[in-house]
Design a protein around this ligand. Structure first.
Ligand SMILES: [Zn+2]
Length: 242
């Protein structure tokens, strides 16, 4: 038994040496294993700004039967996502922690106060009508107009949603060569790459059941976690890793 443990220790030691030796040739990860003082550690470079949906004083933004409030759902799962991301070492800025709406321009001003590299994720539920039950269904991802780094980030999230939850209904716009929709929503207009996820329609009865399904929503958070690792690899240039 002891010999096995010793063998394991020497194997781990060997692995560590190999990792250190291999580092100069494998800088593709955006999270570094070696700090500036040579200590072994693992840390992320990308700051993640979580922007929840609306405030409790914004009219509408609920299901027709008033059972679902978009701001409450978004805040609940964004706070859980913040815990996820912080637990794996990300610096996370919760952009609008108050329950009342601080104002869209205030949200953007707060985002712009965060140093780069940073990424903004906004989490919403979609709506097709003005208070009646509607037929539109599915999730969609949104970026500002034009081709920017946000488009690639949106594609990462969209592809992961398709991959991990293939039977969930989605909406996409392929006219400009990628699956995201484009609109200059104010919360997407900060200096950082930004993606807004409209997770299902709160005024569709089937979608609302999915929005209110905790198992699905927790799965969504894990998909966002994985997407953040990929987005970080894309956004943080290799030569800034160490
Ligand atoms: Zn919304």
């Amino acid at each position: 038994m002891k010999r096995t443990v010793n063998r394991l220790h020497s194997f781990n030691g060997l692995l560590l040496i190999l990792v250190v030796l291999a580092l100069p040739w494998c800088k593709s990860s955006s999270a570094s294993l070696v700090g500036s003082n040579g200590n072994i550690k693992y840390e992320h470079q990308l700051t993640i700004i979580l922007d929840d949906a609306h405030g409790n004083n914004v009219p509408g933004k609920c299901s027709p039967d008033l059972s679902h409030r978009e701001w409450q759902w978004s805040q609940f799962y964004m706070m859980k996502l913040q815990e996820h991301l912080q637990s794996i070492g990300y610096t996370v800025i919760y952009n609008a922690p108050e329950e009342t709406e601080p104002g869209l321009l205030v949200r953007v001003r707060r985002m712009n106060q965060v140093s780069s590299p940073a990424f903004v994720l906004s989490l919403h539920n979609n709506a097709a009508g003005m208070g009646d039950w509607m037929n539109a269904q599915g999730y969609s991802v949104w970026t500002t107009k034009g081709i920017t780094r946000s488009d690639s980030c949106a594609t990462i999230l969209f592809n992961n949603l398709r991959l991990f939850i293939p039977d969930l209904k989605f909406r996409r716009d392929l006219t400009d060569g990628d699956p995201d929709y484009e609109s200059n929503f104010t919360v997407l207009m900060s200096k950082h790459p930004s993606v807004l996820l409209e997770f299902m329609f709160q005024d569709n009865i089937e979608d609302l059941q999915l929005i209110e399904n905790p198992q699905l929503c927790m799965t969504l958070l894990f998909i966002i976690d994985v997407s953040m690792l990929q987005i970080e690899n894309y956004l943080v240039p290799k030569n800034q890793n160490q």
